[in-house]
Ligand binder design. Structure first.
Ligand code: ADP
Ligand code: MG
Length: 320
């Protein structure tokens, strides 16, 4: 099958049709018409086989996750997803694989209101690069920079499940079958907190999505905002599956350092706390208050009022 046939059959007209798309797949560029008084938020992520995913990752999961990781970046800035491009490199044209991949990609894009407006199709080791553009009211985007001393720190969802799922796939952890299914599902199908991110606009002082793990990603906020933080590890939200599958220190290790949860971490001044909790409840997402921004530049972990020094994960200091 020739390249243009692949594009026509699997990628043209996919995702959500949008009135603000003037010209889509088929010309040299796509043309889109942004709304007035909005900034365009642009994000791009690449997934490379054997680096970011195993060769046996189902095509359906890959089609979903390639979009979800980008949507999560838009969510963390409070942006509304709109248009995407797909650069796909494949070693061969496997029509069954492409059918499943493109159906999942299209369904996910449609669910989140995203039109697939262009891309590139090449031969080589399997990799997928998606760029999604979103829109956010001018001056309202959430960034990593605004956390202030005294702000409360929140996260959505539960932490560590995706990393445990990865360890199950790598045979580094053994858990009960139904728990294994749950963790792998969280690893393959993370939920981008798109509506929650938009609900945080005008309420949160900073936000980031959790791609590398809580300690690392909170570290980015602390560094960019020039503040420190205290996190109470007993407040970290853990799934029932996590609580019942591994011991507490192991669970906390996953929650603190495990990557790819794609939950949001954000900070909120005391004055907005009530409004924020109502807004998030409306967005239908669970959330937990895990600590507070402090002066200085260090992340301190407490457990039951005592400093918590995790031993089993070997990290030594949390200075940002
Ligand atoms: P060019 O050589 O001018 O870049 P291509 O032959 O690469 O054009 O692409 C033809 C059209 O198909 C373009 O509009 C391009 O954006 C689109 N396209 C190519 N690959 C993909 C893809 N994987 N998904 C969506 N659109 C694609
Ligand atoms: Mg091209």
């Amino acid at each position: 099958m020739k390249e243009f046939k692949v594009i026509d059959r699997f990628f043209a007209g996919r995702g959500q049709p949008r009135r603000d798309v003037e010209l889509s797949v088929g010309d040299d560029c796509a043309l889109v018409n942004p709304a007035e008084n909005k900034s365009i938020a642009i994000t791009c992520d690449t997934l490379v086989e054997n680096v970011h995913f195993f060769p046996d990752m189902p095509a359906k999961a890959l089609g979903y996750k390639a979009i979800a990781v980008n949507l999560s970046d838009l969510a963390s800035m409070g942006a509304e997803p709109a248009w995407m491009t797909l650069a796909i490199t494949l070693p061969e044209i496997d029509e069954t694989w492409l059918d499943e991949f493109s159906a999942s990609l299209s369904e996910t894009a449609e669910y989140y209101g995203v039109a697939l407006v262009g891309g590139d199709t090449t031969r080589g080791p399997k990799s997928i690069t998606i760029t999604i553009n979103g829109q956010v009211p001018k001056g309202k985007a959430l960034t990593r920079c605004g956390a202030k001393n005294g702000d409360w720190i929140y996260v959505t969802g539960t932490l560590g499940d995706s990393a445990l799922g990865l360890d199950v796939l790598r045979s580094k952890q053994t858990v009960a079958d139904d728990a294994a299914t749950y963790f792998i599902q969280r690893h393959y199908y993370p939920t981008p907190r798109v509506l929650a991110g938009q609900a945080l606009r005008s309420l949160a002082s900073s936000a980031i999505d959790l791609s590398d793990g809580l300690v690392s990603d909170l570290g980015h906020v602390l560094k960019r905002s020039e503040v420190g933080a205290i996190v109470d590890v007993t407040a970290l939200p853990l799934s029932d599956a996590m609580r019942t599958s591994v011991d507490t220190d192991t669970a906390l290790g996953y929650a603190l350092t495990g990557g790819e949860d794609y939950e949001l971490l954000f900070t909120v001044p005391e004055s907005q706390r009530g409004a924020l909790e109502i807004a998030l409840a409306h967005a239908g997402v669970s959330f937990a208050r895990i600590g507070q921004i402090s002066t200085g530049n260090k992340l301190r972990l407490n457990k039951d009022g005592e400093p918590y020094n995790p031993t089993n994960f070997g990290f030594e200091h949390f200075s940002s």
